[in-house]
Design a protein around this ligand. Structure first.
Ligand code: HEM
Ligand SMILES: Nc1nc2c(c(=O)[nH]1)N[C@H]1C(S)=C(S)[C@@H](COP(=O)(O)O)O[C@H]1N2
Ligand SMILES: [Mo]
Length: 404
């Protein structure tokens, strides 16, 4: 039995090769850029900034970007494992420390691996609604996203010559089987003693890359059904089936878990309206008497699942108008729910003005199910699910220019 730590050159599999590492890395790096951009969009939806106002069009916008975020995020599981497997022998390079520049390079790789692994592990657990931690997932995931982006940029910058050379040489060319990164002195010496490359090694590398590509595509194919309806039967890896739930729509938070079972079902419920012209209160029948408008607007959960639904309700713009709103003010929507982050949301003015932004009373030609927000819930196009507030108790027209 060996007692000493292995050396990089001890890892003889032809897969431990810069050409493989660079190819998997290019895929993973592209995925990370897509994740950063789509994630940033999701963040900006939930924390609007005046210099980049979102609007209600296209109605499927958030559905697409967050669906891509979670789809690509799940695809990162095989990509990350493949990248770590192909590159890990470099951990055993000796001497481990070769001066300040090298130490910095190693530290940046450590940060990159830790931060990316953290994002993938916590992201996947979040999508499956498993929270074995006490911190706020969204806040930490957002902060670490910047660390991932920074360390990817440093990593690519430092490795650019190696990456370019590796991507230029074909995977099956009969070349010496070199441990990852031949530039390292120890590794170069080892390369001399490594067995000459053969066609078989090329096949193994190509086989590995093909297997990684197939697994990655497989993960995507078996999860996109959570948002692409025709593929729903194949979404065996997705946590949600977009067809399952009351009125054919999934439920993230039930009336019971939100603690509103009694208050939402109370026949004495009235909608409170508040605005520059004063206060109003309307029963459900009075709301319905205003005339219902139909909108086909998807629910697009931040967790990646989404489903189109047909809603009937009163335009939020018209409700705001009853208390002096002009359609140019933001509107705050409050729920009967007493606690939790999603008990209220703010509709920016551009959404308030939209024809399809409703206080919905009905879904799929029936009164809303209690779990879908009865007696009334907000639906607006191109919005994260977390902002489609259910069990609405009050709508407040905010002073113009008082963006939340
Ligand atoms: C590896 C690189 C990744 C980066 C750079 C990244 C980046 C981001 C960012 C910036 C946000 C917005 C957070 C906010 O609203 O403040 C976000 C949200 C989210 N990400 Fe990622 N992400 C990554 C990986 C993943 C993975 C692998 C998954 C799971 C499959 C995932 C699932 C989610 C979910 C579910 C949200 C919505 C959270 C919420 O609003 O409740 N992410 N991501
Ligand atoms: N009051 C309240 N509204 C809420 C939530 C909540 O927790 N509380 N969850 C939101 C989330 S995360 C989603 S995805 C949508 C889902 O709407 P549905 O249950 O009708 O499908 O409701 C949103 N509205
Ligand atoms: Mo959600």
């Amino acid at each position: 039995m060996r007692t000493t730590a292995p050396r990089t050159a001890d890892f003889r599999s032809p897969v431990h090769d810069p050409r493989v590492v660079a190819r998997v890395g290019a895929l993973l790096g592209s995925a990370v850029v897509v994740l950063f951009l789509t994630g940033l969009l999701s963040h900006l939806h939930q924390h609007p900034v005046t210099w980049l106002p979102f609007g209600p069009a296209p109605s499927w916008g958030y559905r697409l970007t967050q669906g891509v975020h979670v789809g690509v995020g799940l695809a990162c599981v095989p990509l990350l494992l493949a990248k770590l497997y192909a590159a890990y022998p470099r951990l055993f390079e000796r001497p481990a420390l070769r001066g300040a520049r090298h130490a910095l390079e190693r530290a940046s790789v450590a940060v990159l691996v830790a931060a990316t692994t953290f994002q993938v592990v916590t992201g996947v657990l979040n999508v499956f609604q498993v929270y074995p931690w006490r911190f706020s997932f969204v806040r930490v995931h957002y902060a670490v996203a910047w660390v991932v982006l920074g360390s990817v940029l440093v990593h690519v910058g430092v490795k650019l010559p190696t990456i370019v050379a590796a991507l230029r040489s074909t995977v099956d060319d009969a070349r010496e089987s070199s441990p990852v990164e031949p530039a390292a002195p120890g590794a170069a010496a080892a390369a001399d003693t490594a067995p000459a490359d053969t066609a078989a090694a090329g096949t193994t590398r190509r086989g590995f890359l093909a297997a990684v590509a197939a697994t990655t595509l497989g993960v995507v194919a078996l999860t996109v059904g959570q948002t692409v309806r025709p593929l729903a039967p194949f979404a065996v890896l997705a946590p949600r089936d977009p067809r399952v739930g009351p009125q054919g729509l999934p439920v993230n938070k039930t009336a019971r878990s939100a603690g509103v079972e009694q208050t939402a079902a109370d026949p004495a419920w009235r909608l409170g309206l508040s605005g520059p012209a004063g206060e109003r209160s309307l029963s459900r029948d009075e709301l319905a008497a205003l005339g219902l408008v139909r909108a086909v607007v998807p629910i697009a959960c931040v967790e990646g699942w989404s489903a189109t639904a047909t809603w009937d309700g009163v335009r939020v713009r018209d409700l705001a108008g009853l208390v002096g709103g002009t359609g140019r003010e933001d509107v705050r929507v409050e729920s009967l729910q007493q606690g939790g982050s999603y008990r209220e949301s703010t509709l920016p003015a551009a959404y308030v003005a939209a024809d399809d932004t409703l206080l919905a009373l009905r879904l799929a030609d029936e009164d809303l199910d209690l779990d879908h927000g009865y007696p009334a819930r907000v639906v607006a196009p191109n919005r994260p699910g977390v902002l489609q507030t259910k069990w609405v108790s009050r709508i407040v027209v905010l002073p113009a220019g008082d963006a939340a």
